[in-house]
Ligand binder design. Sequence first.
Ligand SMILES: [Zn+2]
Length: 139
Amino acid sequence: MRPISELIIHCSATPEGKNFTARDIDRWHKQRGWRGIGYHYVVLLDGTIQEGRPLRQIGAHVRGHNRGTIGICYIGGVAKDGRTAKDTRTPAQKRALLEICKRLTRKFPSIQKVTGHNQYAAKACPSFDVRKDPLGSLV
Ligand SMILES: [Zn+2]
């Protein structure tokens, strides 16, 4: 296993209430010419946690910060208009995000922080401030 120091949270940038899965994201990322889904986990609207890229493989989710990190993506992040950034997490998704992050911090004690994509890029993703969320104070 590669060394892990950080979990980075993302959204799929899909409209509120629309149900997509890791398989959809895998297809979208292949269309971009990647070898497949760039995230390691995907959290569906109902809180189901799906596995994406295997953990032992470096992800493709934050330019310059893929080494040493795990990418976790929840489905949503955009309002129903399809454009406006919005924290669309369902209660089940909030619980599932906490659960997967807790599980990973226990499995990899080397993890030092949980952050959001928007801390590394001028992007809205994941459409909330992880630092002000319970996720940001897990470690
Ligand atoms: Zn992102």
